[in-house]
Design a binder for this molecule. Structure first.
Ligand SMILES: [Zn+2]
Length: 180
């Protein structure tokens, strides 16, 4: 039998890409801007981190060295359902040791305290009122005046610095360390 030589298939000629005619059209293609993300609700106030930065060094030191935190509840909720953390903070200094109830609540639903743009705090210790924390924090919406008499702390906190007591600072440290 005669063998039919198999023809090598011819290489296909390269397909020329059609040359695009240069457009002289002055019409500019306007690209649609992607729709901006829906803006998050504006929350005014102070975050936990901002309050921590306003807190003086000696308070920070005491928070680190004198406070024991008990009954830490990172899943607390305010009456209105906003997230919060609560704890009983006990100072090793002074006798008898007085436990103080600390709360940090958020203003945004469903967001951990450490990520809240604004928080509302409270501590039932005397220093919190005496050093003008409550009043100064309240000016930023970060506290409610419920322990002090509502007078500006012109003598104890003349710069109205929105800082916290050692109990709240210790709780804030714990929230940052342990998460919430
Ligand atoms: Zn306190």
């Amino acid at each position: 039998m005669a063998r039919i030589p198999v023809k090598p298939s011819k290489p296909k000629p390269p397909v020329k890409s059609p040359v695009r005619p240069k457009t002289t059209s002055p019409v500019k293609v306007v690209q649609k801007q992607p729709k901006s993300q829906p803006k998050e609700e504006k929350v005014s106030g102070l975050s936990m981190l901002q309050i921590m930065r306003f807190t003086p060094d000696d308070t920070r030191y005491r928070a680190r060295t004198e406070i024991t935190i008990k009954k830490y509840n990172p899943q607390a909720k305010t009456r209105a359902g906003f997230p919060g953390v609560t704890a009983i903070c006990v100072s090793d200094k002074g006798k008898p040791q007085r436990p103080h109830k600390c709360t940090i609540a958020g203003k945004e639903m469903g967001k951990p305290i450490s990520k809240q743009k604004a928080v509302v705090v409270d501590c039932d210790c005397p220093a919190y009122v005496y050093w003008g924390s409550e009043w100064a924090l309240a000016q930023h919406g970060a506290a409610r005046i419920k322990r002090g008499n509502g007078e500006a702390p012109d003598a104890r906190n003349p710069a109205y610095i929105p800082h916290v007591c050692k109990h709240l600072y210790a709780l804030m440290l714990l929230v940052r360390r342990e998460g919430d």
